[in-house]
Ligand binder design. Structure first.
Ligand code: M6R
Length: 604
């Protein structure tokens, strides 16, 4: 989410900043902006939408002397994608750009407003620059003021700040969001939130660690740690290949996005988990008043996330919940009653069928909510309320991290509603929250698992089809596993509830039918196991995914022992994603742009 660049030097800083932002544009394109300090004077430009709009606005702006500049491309989290909300944010004589979320911004903002500070935007970021200037007035030293400001911030951030008080410095701080600085022989310094903008400009880069902050001048780089002690720089060689760099060395964006799941889920959870309650600042609790039913509507992977939600909603909130495929719902004259909360789920927020069902619900005067990854998308603009999943830009057509964050949001939302309705005890909610906090760790891909799946994948390149089977919430995961596989391998795959096998599908069982069995230790293990045994007895080739060894399986992919089935869910999610990826790669397919598919389906 969001991209940051910074530059100190004698070259054309405007071009350098804009080129850098171009490399980062895929991270967010709601708005972009730059601020450049040259000859003791700031110039600042911002534009809503794609970078081209900012390029247009800056076409007569010339930077031909020594200057200090920062730039930002935005994926909106707090506040709409307007020009006022675009970065850099300004104080009286300083500018800041920020990637991440300042969790305690509301408290800081209130305190600043009480002493008369005027805010221009709705962002969390703006507090940083005002807090810095307040500290600067008190301490009369820009570095000390910045250091104090950083110590007052809670949340995740990569920050660059420039101020007239120190016209040859860029202040930086990093905690939870990536940032690096690059150097060259010409005493220039380049900052960015990933290495692509630096390629061609710098040969060596220093990746900052969490908790580090400091400043950079043309002559030096000063880094301090959380303990305020000085740190040494650690320069490493920078890759020279832009394309692989955008993919951060991964073979495909899908692979990168699978690996990113730990970070993006952490972003999704950020600021939303208390000890025994879930907090959604963006929701008004009145949305749930008078609601006796929840209806979820979506397509594809988002539909599978909705199915997962239905298990959690009924279990935790005790509210009747149903799920609909959007393209079906539109044309079947559905009965819509006003005590129903209508929830649409979409990565893009633009899927035509889903959007249409949202319009139908609005016309029927239902309360509406969207779970979406793109702020200011059509669905976000139309629904009464929205929750953003914060997965960042998803480039692979086969959705992975969007699904992971959707399920995480639904888990939180079910606990949030359970809290409002008192349908769960505080202790039970606290337990679930403690599990949620473990999800980022449980989706981390280990070399051992990935290597094992890579090796196994060669055995699954033929056959007449795949069954993905699971029970309860593992059934929608089975559907999602099958969808992933068919999208990128073009092999026939179906997801089934394990218990359905003997009602027909088992007729297909033979050694050339591959069964991918999801066997969670903590949910209906014995029942799911007997369903797999039935398939094994009919000679289907079985690949079991479980924490418990299973002797009837031909292949076995071990997940970690977990203390709850929901953590097993997330571990298995990663396994089925990687299995599809590796099969597709072996088949020589274009993983990121599979045939016949598009990332956003804006036609019905
Ligand atoms: O943007 P949306 O979540 O509304 O998209 C819905 C589906 O088109 C999408 O999930 C599709 O199924 C993906 N290709 C799945 O990988």
């Amino acid at each position: 989410m969001c991209g940051i660049v910074g530059y100190i030097g004698n070259k054309n800083s405007k071009e350098i900043l804009l080129e850098g932002l171009k490399e980062l544009e895929y991270r967010g394109y709601d708005s972009a902006g730059i601020a450049v300090l040259q000859n003791g004077k700031f110039d600042n430009f911002k534009a809503v939408g794609k970078l081209i709009n900012l390029e247009e606005k800056t076409k007569n702006f010339i930077t031909d002397k020594f200057s200090v500049g920062i730039g930002h491309t935005r994926w909106a989290t707090h506040g709409k994608p307007t020009e006022l909300n675009a970065h850099p944010h300004v104080g009286e004589s300083s500018y800041v750009v920020h990637n991440g979320i300042i969790e305690n911004y509301a408290t800081l903002k209130k305190e600043l407003q009480e002493i008369g500070v005027n805010f221009l935007s709705q962002t969390d970021t703006e507090v940083i620059v005002h807090q810095f200037e307040k500290n600067l007035r008190e301490l009369q030293n820009a570095f000390q003021a910045f250091e104090k400001t950083v110590s007052e911030l809670q949340g995740a951030y990569a920050i660059l700040l420039v101020t007239k008080d120190e016209p040859e410095r860029i202040f930086f701080a990093k905690h939870g969001s990536p940032m690096l600085v690059g150097i060259n022989e010409e005493n220039e310094k380049y900052f960015a939130s990933s290495d692509t903008p630096l390629i061609g400009h710098c040969k060596e880069v220093n990746y900052f660690e969490d908790g580090e902050y400091g400043y950079v001048t043309p002559q030096e780089i000063k880094i301090y740690g959380k303990d305020t002690k000085k740190r040494k720089t650690h320069f490493t060689k920078l890759s020279t290949n832009k394309l692989s760099s955008q993919k951060d060395g991964y073979r495909f964006f899908m692979e990168k996005e699978i690996y990113e799941q730990s970070t993006v889920i952490a972003d999704t959870l950020l600021g939303r988990l208390g000890v025994d309650e879930v907090v959604f600042d963006e929701l008004d609790t009145s949305l749930f008043n008078g609601i006796n039913e929840i209806k979820l509507c979506a397509c594809g992977t988002s539909y599978h996330a909705a199915l997962c939600a239905s298990y959690m909603f009924e279990r935790y909130t005790k509210i009747k919940t149903s799920v609909e495929v959007a393209s079906e719902f539109r044309y079947r004259s559905p009965i819509m009653t006003k005590d129903t909360l209508f929830v649409v789920i979409s990565q893009s927020g633009e899927t035509a069928d889903t959007l249409e069902t949202l319009k139908m619900a609005k016309e029927a005067d239902l309360k509406t909510l969207v779970i979406c990854n793109v702020d200011n998308s059509s669905m976000v603009r139309l629904a009464d309320a929205s929750i953003l999943t914060r997965a960042g830009v998803e480039k692979g057509v086969a959705s992975t991290k969007a699904f992971a964050t959707q399920v995480s949001v639904f888990w939180m939302l079910s606990l949030y509603i359970a809290g409002l309705r008192s349908s769960m005890s505080k202790e039970d909610i606290a337990y679930q929250i403690s599990l949620l906090r473990e999800v980022p760790a449980s989706v981390k891909v280990t070399d051992t698992t990935h290597e094992r799946i890579k090796r196994l994948s060669k055995r699954y390149l033929h056959g007449h089809g795949f069954f993905f089977i699971g029970r309860d919430i593992f059934y929608p995961l089975a559907l999602e596993g099958a969808l992933k596989l068919k999208e990128i391998s073009y092999l026939h795959a179906e997801g089934y509830p394990s218990g359905e096998m003997k009602h027909g599908p088992i007729a297909l069982a033979d050694p050339e039918l591959f069964t991918i069995a999801l066997l969670p230790q903590h949910l209906l293990y014995e029942k799911a196991k007997s369903n797999v045994e039935e398939l094994s007895a009919r000679d289907s080739t079985i690949c079991a995914i479980s924490a418990l060894e299973f002797d009837k399986a031909d292949d076995f992919i071990a997940i970690n022992e977990c203390r709850d089935y929901m953590l097993e869910f997330f571990e298995m999610m990663v396994v089925v994603q990687l299995l599809s990826l590796e099969i597709s790669i072996r088949l020589g397919n274009d993983v990121d742009m599979p045939r016949n598919l598009a990332k956003s389906v804006t036609v019905e």
